[in-house]
Design a binder for this molecule. Structure first.
Ligand code: GLN
Length: 378
């Protein structure tokens, strides 16, 4: 066959997790918890299955769940989404991202992304015949130079993809960024895809600047979130998308033929579980403690810590240790000391290597201890 994505290989998450498994290394590469999700949540799924909720959910998602999502969104960000027309439950964040891109990107439309960028954006844009325009950001702060973004905008610009808290860099959008963004898109026909799957993982009492907070941005945005991240259950592949009705109508045209609807018993369970706001409001404390613990440990190593304002990723540079490429070094660390990480060059289309490795700290304390003990020896 003629490949539709000739430049695309296997995602780095699969590659590094497989290597970690093969070598029995501590896997701090792909982002997922190594502890179980709440037993109450598992019990709610059991109950839903026993109660016979084992057939198709409605195409856009269970209404009870969409209603809870609407309540949460209004409570947190003040935005009112109509569960009937503006909320769709998806098979994880990645499906929502793909569906949103395929719903609105036509051949030759330009989409602006910021690199390092999560690895599913560019392939989805290309599959639709779109053109990726990227702005590379640099450690340690990965700040967006908005005047550079302005230079990328022209009549073909259809969408800007944002991701806050950001994977892999753990940065967050600040109010200044929102102001710059608002000024840029004002009176322009530019949509926003806002990947907010780490919306609840934000530290040091910072605010999550969801697009939902800003009406002039909200009305042009697809906002993606993830129950996998929020409820420590990445294997459930449950997420959702919010968008104004004119966008959600198009989104659902694709969604219905991509997956039709998603896992019914889990939707029942999550709808019930979301009624207790503490299930997500407790996350900043929970993860900040892990972040601080991991950072403390890393201070005893020769790695240099980059800032971590959100997400469950901590990046480091390693110039005091070696000048190897990050992709080589990540493999060597996995083999030689048994700790797997993600080389951040994987998130630049050009493979730009700034000598940065990303570690996931959504782990039990004993896992963090063990990993740090090994990293100290480097
Ligand atoms: N979001 C996860 C990460 O960044 C990976 C998810 C996946 O493997 N598709 O590590």
């Amino acid at each position: 066959v003629i490949s539709k994505l000739p430049q695309t290989g296997t995602t780095i998450f699969t590659v590094m997790s497989a290597l970690a498994a093969e070598l029995g290394a501590i896997n701090l590469s792909q982002g997922f918890p190594d502890y179980n999700c709440a037993p109450e949540l598992v019990e709610l799924v059991n109950k839903a299955m026993q109660n016979g909720h084992n057939q198709y959910a409605p195409m856009p998602g269970l209404m009870a769940l969409r209603e809870q999502i609407a309540i949460k969104t209004e409570k947190l960000y003040g935005a009112v989404y109509n569960p009937d027309t503006e909320i769709t439950v998806t098979a994880g964040g990645t499906q929502a991202v793909f569906t949103a891109i395929s719903a609105v990107i036509h051949p030759n439309d330009e989409v602006i992304i910021f690199e390092p960028a999560y690895d599913c954006y560019a392939p989805a844009i290309k599959l639709m015949g779109g053109v990726v325009k990227s702005l590379e950001l640099d450690p340690p702060d990965y700040r967006i130079a908005w005047d550079m973004v302005k230079r990328l905008i022209n009549g073909k610009t259809k969408m800007i993809i944002l991701n806050s808290p950001h994977n892999p860099t753990a940065t967050i959008l600040r109010k200044e960024d929102i102001d710059e963004l608002s000024a840029l898109v004002k009176n322009q026909d530019i949509l926003i895809l806002s990947d907010e799957v780490y919306e609840h993982l934000i530290y040091d009492n910072e605010v999550h600047h969801s697009m939902a907070r800003y009406p002039e941005l909200q009305q042009r945005s697809f906002i993606v979130s993830s129950f996998g991240k929020t409820f420590h259950a990445t294997g459930w592949k449950m997420g959702y998308c919010l968008a104004p009705a004119y966008l959600m109508t198009e989104f659902r045209k694709i969604h219905q033929f991509l997956v039709f609807s998603v896992n019914a018993p889990m939707q029942h369970a999550i709808a019930e579980y979301l009624k207790d706001e503490n299930t997500y409001l407790s996350l900043p404390d929970f993860f900040q403690q892990k972040r601080d613990y991991f950072r403390e440990g890393l201070k005893n190593t020769r790695f240099q810590l980059l800032p971590c304002a959100g997400s469950y990723f901590q990046s480091v540079t390693y110039d005091a240790i070696t000048d190897e490429k990050d992709s080589d070094y990540a493999i060597r660390l996995t083999k030689e000391i048994g700790v797997a990480s993600i080389p951040v060059s994987a998130f630049y289309r050009k493979g730009t290597d700034k000598h940065v490795l990303r570690f996931c700290f959504a782990k039990r304390q004993e896992t963090i201890d063990k990993a740090v003990d090994r990293l100290i020896k480097v």
